[in-house]
Design a protein around this ligand. Structure first.
Ligand SMILES: N[C@@H](CCC(=O)N[C@@H](CS)C(=O)NCC(=O)O)C(=O)O
Length: 236
């Protein structure tokens, strides 16, 4: 029997803020791999603990033994390398590259429209043409997701890192929690309403939502584990 990689077996710690989309990416990955982590939920306006541990303010941050990993998709790649079974990325190089390109598109391009909408709508007089062009960009992306899901249960066939990457943002197409007041999430809800227009996407949201998020044991954070976020900053 081969020895476990260094650090494997120690309790993972995941720094979070309430309703964080990027943290939910990691929680889906943990659930897929039946991994347990301690969730450390911090106050969104007090990032001291996160900075102390990782040297930067954003969540998620994963502490895995001696290793501290930042950025949701880097964390998922780290988990996949440490705990390869069941996988989250294809092993064939071409399929893996396709998935990495999709995730890169999602993070670098898809995310720009909702973030730009939040910024525009915060202005005293938002430019209606800019708002409608950003809204159109979000709507056409919904059509792409609908097409990707033809004859597939998940975005790339089997459940994968691509579903972890997209789901926490696309789920808002079916609404948001009442106390989730984050402006970015309001935009995701408002500009992605599907109301029966994208049945495969709707079914996929329900399918991914029913997946495990891992056995997450709440840890000591500096804030309550849930509640509205109201510091007005953009989270994406
Ligand atoms: N690229 C990073 C983005 C992390 C990020 O933007 N996290 C949000 C929470 S979802 C955050 O901490 N935002 C800081 C803030 O709003 O001040 C990732 O994928 O983890």
């Amino acid at each position: 029997m081969s020895a476990a990689p260094e650090g494997v077996g120690k309790l993972l710690q995941l720094y979070s803020i309430p309703y964080s989309t990027n943290v939910e990416r990691v929680m889906l990955a943990l659930g897929h791999k039946s991994l347990e982590a301690q969730l450390l939920t911090v106050d969104p306006v007090d990032r001291r603990d996160v900075r102390r541990v990782s040297g930067q303010p954003l969540v998620p941050v994963l502490v895995d033994g001696e290793e501290v990993v930042v950025d949701s998709m880097d964390i998922i790649r780290h988990l996949d390398a440490r705990h390869p079974d069941p996988p989250l990325y294809p092993s064939a190089p071409a399929s893996r590259a396709e998935m990495l390109i999709f995730i890169d598109w999602f993070d670098r391009l898809w995310k720009t429209a909702p973030n730009a909408l939040v910024a525009e709508l915060r202005l005293m007089s938002p430019d209606p043409d800019r708002v409608s062009s950003l809204a159109a960009s979000m709507r056409s992306a919904l059509d792409r997701f609908e097409a990707l899901l033809e004859d597939r249960e998940y975005l790339f066939g089997a459940f994968s890192a691509a579903d972890c990457a997209a789901f926490p943002f696309l789920r808002y197409a079916l609404g948001r929690a009442e106390d989730d007041d984050e402006p970015f999430h309001r935009v995701l809800e408002e500009y992605q309403r599907i109301d029966g227009t994208h049945p495969r996407l709707e079914a996929w949201i329900a399918r991914v939502d029913s997946r495990p998020r891992g056995s997450i044991e709440p840890g000591r954070g500096t804030a309550p584990a849930a509640g509205p976020v109201s510091d007005g900053r953009t989270r994406a």
